[in-house]
Design a protein around this ligand. Sequence first.
Ligand code: RAT
Ligand code: ZN
Length: 454
Amino acid sequence: MVGSTLTKEQTTNMKRSTAIPADQLKPVVAQIVAHQKIYDLHTHLYTPRFGTPVANSTGKTDPTGLMLWGVEELVTYHYLVAEVYRVVPASKLPYEEFWKWPKSRQADHIWKYLFVENTPVSEACRGVLTTLGKLGLDPNEKHLDAYRDYFARQNPSQYIDKVMELSNVHTITMTNPVFDDNERDRWLADKTVGSDPRFKAVLRIDPLLRNFPQAAAKLADWGYQVHGDPSAQSIDEVKRFLNQWLDRQDAIYMAVSLPPDFRYPANQTDTLALAGQTILEKAILPVCAERKMPFAMMIGSNLRTQPELRDAGDTSGISDVASVARLCRDFPGNKFLVTMLARENQHELCVTARKFGNLMPFGCWWFLNNPSLITEITQMRFELLGTSFIPQHSDARILDQLVYKWDHSRKVLVNVLTDMYTRIAETGRLITREDIVHDVEKLLNGNFQAFLAQ
Ligand code: RAT
Ligand code: ZN
């Protein structure tokens, strides 16, 4: 064995021979990032068994089905509904009228005003073009009919394979809001509705923390002994409910989206927030800790600031990172996956993650999912956290969006990583292919898996 041990000089020489020259860094990084299969830890996508409203080759459609895909859905994405109202304001097209239209008419309207009569420069517009192009379709069509046939010919399950191959995603994590009756009924009717090796479930429980009395009324309807005040009995019953659903869904973590004014501890005069705090401390976090499962907090969404725009009417606000720090400190037996919606919170979140190993910052969420902001946030995270974070999730609501969301994010990651490696190489530290493969694997897959397993 002694004979096979390399001296320090030999190791350095070997490394020197495999080190990547500065002018080759970008293509090598690009190739490694393109080949890395992704674990997408937050989407709103569903298995085919949740039904699809989209015309397809099986001839089976379900108007309230949850699996969304195809050009109609891509073009009516709520990000684009908000954008079309910048061009054709509500004074010209009242919101109620738009919502009464069939989806095909809404899509034609958006295509006309955002893609044909104007240059589709926004990130959400460019995303549709990237997706169409990568599917082999010409993104220059004046009418959507040219695309409709293509999608109507697809088989939903095979199409999932195709999209996962194009985006190089190995696992899609769903968001499964248990307080949504449409979704809940599907799990109750068929407990295997979520079983598909390509997907994982996530129990989403927003009403429990955002409005406990309302959630409690639903739980009582469903047969749990829960009252509007979080008594000891209510807490036990909430825990029973959570455990039953985590088992039913075989969920890998629990998640919530919280408003910018979320505080821990809650303001003592805010009874609604105090009820939420009790449920968090006594039900949600203990259940997560027992199961060694992360709790994901997505903080900073103000819902329905413009209610008439529905999903497109939510906005972003600055949140309180000190509350996240206090939770991480007071609950060392819990793991927190955290993403925040305001650009202003990103630096403090990184600083906080330096102090708490049980805090994993992830993704560039929603209004931050734009190349300029992803660049800034990812650079900052590398500078403060090394490679110990999860740079992105897709948040795709429509299957085909995986193609563009990951294509665009991979490009940003290549640029940021190349700059970072170039700066390291300037110090004399050699960068090898193995270094890059190791880092990229952690960023796009391994860090999440390791956090789950911790
Ligand atoms: O990004 C979005 O599509 C939002 O509407 C939300 O769904 C958000 O991502 C969330 O998970 O609450
Ligand atoms: Zn989301």
